[in-house]
Design a protein around this ligand. Structure first.
Ligand code: F0G
Length: 467
């Protein structure tokens, strides 16, 4: 039998209009935005692939749940519903709600890290590492080498290299390592999963040295899908069972619910240890809000509880990752260099190979993101040297191996037709890459510079030369 087509497992009840613009209008917009896609107005964007964070379309059930919001300052019933959902699907004992993921990262960093500590992780994430550094910790990358190679086809590029972890323990001693930060479906590596075998092995190694393991569970459901598809022994298990098993090896998690959990805002810290939870519950009132809302409205917590249950449905997650694969395969077939294998939440263009005429200090990924916007109104994001920032000790630019442009697919928002339009624009630029001009920084903020940095083309011309 021939392979049948598939379609998104939802239909559209309400539409949000998109504004079409011309290339010359977009050339003005990108200049006004300092060639930083974060500084564009969303009204000037056609297809918004900046991020999968908080950009989800909620379901009718979630919108109905919003009406059940109990906006009591203390003890909202929505908190208890969310606590039940986190216990059921993630399996952790204590829930400390936060306004989003970085709120949870702040709490965990403050309660666990002492000045001079080393915090290992499987590749850095921008906000996670900054909170560790602000608490006096030093991030140490213990991800496997394959993760730094955009061409490696290794299926579990999120894996921790056990030898790197052991070497760190031998070098600094376990008492200088407050925890391992274990990210699922590693964002900066291209949405690449960890295998269950690796999660189990690394947790055993850490626990043998009394080092707790805290998951960054932001995209753990997507990781569970890859384990089901790729790892021996998991094909017959449900996504919910695999998610529980991932979490069962670890001691808690930070969570940006704006991704997997299908909501527009929210997050949490979940912990098994009673003492640590007590500390976090005390700290949350300083930074987020009372421990039964943590910066969220009651209705947000209710929508999240429903979203968590929807997130582990197989039809949902297969279509979510299927849409990413659909776009990725179109680009691969046209010879466009992207991170392989195709990851869970987006397609990552390898800007270094896409624009070989641009040196790293002209920020090829930043330039490509700006040029793509001018070409078609598709908004993407730089994930390379600008995102990596500067070394806090030396002040020098950090140049990671990966110089990427991320086309991030929001959940349940776009159709395959939007993916077609996106692919056509990328392929069009790829056919004539010399049109894209390098950039230099004209303004740089102190923290997380990629959000607010401004640039101008080195050549003094437009970032995308006319054909
Ligand atoms: N951890 C990971 C792996 C993330 O991808 C993010 C956010 C966070 C933590 C922080 O969560 O935004 O809710 O405070 N990632 C977004 C992105 C911003 O576009 O990749 P937050």
């Amino acid at each position: 039998m021939s392979i049948r087509s598939w379609a998104e497992p939802y239909k559209i009840k309400m539409v949000e209009h998109l504004r079409m613009t011309t290339p010359s209008e977009r050339a003005v917009s990108i200049r006004q935005a300092g060639h930083n896609t974060f500084l564009l107005r969303s009204d000037d964007v056609y297809i918004d692939l900046l991020t999968d964070s908080g950009t989800t379309a909620m379901s009718d059930r979630q919108w109905a749940a919003m009406m059940l919001g109990d906006e009591a300052y203390a003890g909202s019933k929505n908190y208890y519903k969310l606590e039940e959902a986190v216990r059921q699907y993630y399996g952790y004992k204590h829930l400390i709600p936060t306004h989003q993921g970085r709120g949870a990262e702040n709490l965990l960093s403050q309660i666990a890290i002492r000045k001079g500590d080393y915090v290992p992780g499987n590749m850095y994430f921008t906000t996670t590492r900054l909170h560790q550094e602000l608490c006096g910790g030093q991030f140490v990358d213990v991800i496997c080498d394959e993760a730094h190679d955009p061409t490696s086809e290794f299926p579990f590029k999120g894996n921790v290299d056990l030898k790197k972890m052991q070497a760190l323990i031998d070098k600094v001693g376990a008492d200088r390592i407050p925890y391992l930060s274990l990210e699922t479906n590693v964002n900066m590596a291209g949405g690449q999963p960890c295998s269950m075998a690796n999660i189990k092995a690394i947790c055993e190694l850490c626990h043998a040295h009394d080092i707790p393991v805290f998951l960054d569970a932001t995209r753990a459901v997507e990781n569970a899908y890859f384990i089901k598809e790729l790892e021996e022994g998991y094909a017959e298990k449900t996504i919910a069972e695999i998610l529980r098993e991932i979490c069962s090896h670890t001691d808690g998690c930070t969570m940006s619910a704006k991704k997997d959990s299908l909501v527009n805002i929210g997050g949490f810290l979940a912990l098994n240890d009673d003492k640590l939870a007590e500390k976090a519950r005390n700290m949350v009132v300083v930074y987020e809000g009372l421990h039964t809302y943590g910066g969220m409205a009651g209705r947000d917590m209710e929508a999240m509880a429903v979203g968590i249950a929807e997130s582990v449905q197989y039809d949902h997650i297969r279509a979510r990752i299927g849409q990413v694969e659909y776009l990725g395969e179109k680009l691969i077939n046209a010879g466009v260099p992207i991170i392989r294998p195709i990851g869970g939440h987006g397609i990552f263009l390898d800007a270094a190979r896409f624009l070989p005429h641009l040196p790293r200090d002209q920020f090829p990924a930043q330039a490509l993101a700006a040029a793509l916007y001018v070409d078609s109104g598709v908004r993407s994001m730089e994930r390379g040297a600008v995102s990596a920032g500067r070394d806090p000790e030396t002040g020098e630019n950090r140049y990671p191996n990966l110089e990427l442009v991320r086309l991030t697919i929001p959940r349940r928002v776009y159709t395959q037709a939007h993916m077609d339009v996106t692919a056509e624009s990328v392929i069009h630029l790829f056919e004539n890459p010399e049109r894209v001009q390098g950039l230099k920084i004209t303004y740089e903020p102190e923290y997380l510079r990629f959000f607010q940095c401004r640039f101008e083309p080195v050549s003094g011309s437009a970032v995308l030369l006319e054909e």
